[in-house]
Design a binder for this molecule. Structure first.
Ligand code: F6R
Length: 241
């Protein structure tokens, strides 16, 4: 595991974007695993900046997002499809047909999960971007007695619903379920870039990366990933110095 702590948000964003840009330069057809939420926004902004400056192209790349709310269409402003279009896809030259986000409106959700897993398996994700939930979740793999290997429908925990209420008009509007890639899907990716920001995540980051490996902290499984890079700001990573 490679733990990196950055003095400024800009340094962190540049490092994260730099990892993605280097991969795309070496392998233009790279398959990116992407996350939503507040954490990667600065990195996506930096990628857009690199694209506009002419030093980066996504023309041959493809992407698979970790998760999507059940019941939201891609045009709902709080959907993860909409998030990705706004923050990245609509601003760079990626082919929209090569961008994948689980379909939260699928009539048969089980079939959608199996379809998504087959696509991920076939594509092979080169670099997976991850944020970290305050409860230790990755994607929407929530803590509990068991974790699920493949893409599945999950009930969001109250803490997650509260944390994500900021993207909705009210907490009641937050969907109670999501489709998420499972832990096996995440662990099979060739490289993981876990990004953690803010003092409020320092304790869970330390627990996940140095504590016992347990389903009670899904991110702790990442300790077993052979190619994990963790990018933290000073707030989240003070313990790692
Ligand atoms: C988002 C995702 C979640 C978030 C996590 C942190 O696609 O899978 O695991 O990464 O909830 O969210 P933020 O970055 O908003 O603190």
């Amino acid at each position: 595991m490679n733990l990196l702590t950055f003095r400024t948000e800009q340094d962190l964003n540049r490092a994260g974007a730099g990892m993605i840009a280097s991969l795309l330069q070496i392998k233009p057809k790279a398959v990116l695993g992407l996350a939503t939420g507040s954490t990667p926004i600065g990195i996506y902004e930096e990628l857009v900046h690199l694209y506009r400056s002419g030093s980066l192209s996504f023309a041959k790349a493809s992407s698979y997002n970790l998760d999507e709310y059940v019941g939201l269409s891609g045009s709902h402003p709080a959907s993860y499809r909409c998030f990705m279009n706004t923050h990245l896809f609509d601003q760079v030259d990626i082919d929209p047909a090569n961008t994948h986000v689980p379909n939260g409106l699928a009539v048969n959700l089980e079939q959608e999960c199996a379809y998504y897993d087959a696509m991920i398996e076939d594509a092979g994700i080169d670099l997976q971007v991850l944020g970290l939930g305050h409860n230790g979740h990755i994607g929407f793999n929530e803590p509990g007695d068991v974790l699920v290997a493949g893409t599945h429908v999950t009930d969001l925990q109250q803490q997650t619903i509260e944390a994500n209420a900021r993207f909705f008009d009210s907490e009641d509007d937050v969907p109670k379920q999501a489709i998420t890639m499972g832990v096996a899907g995440i662990m099979k990716t060739r490289q993981v870039m876990l990004v953690v920001r803010g003092e409020s995540k320092a304790a869970i980051a330390e627990r996940a990366l140095t504590g016992p490996i347990t389903t009670e902290c899904p991110a702790s499984l990442l300790q077993l990933h052979p190619n994990l890079v963790v990018l933290m700001d000073e707030g989240a990573g003070a313990w790692a110095k």
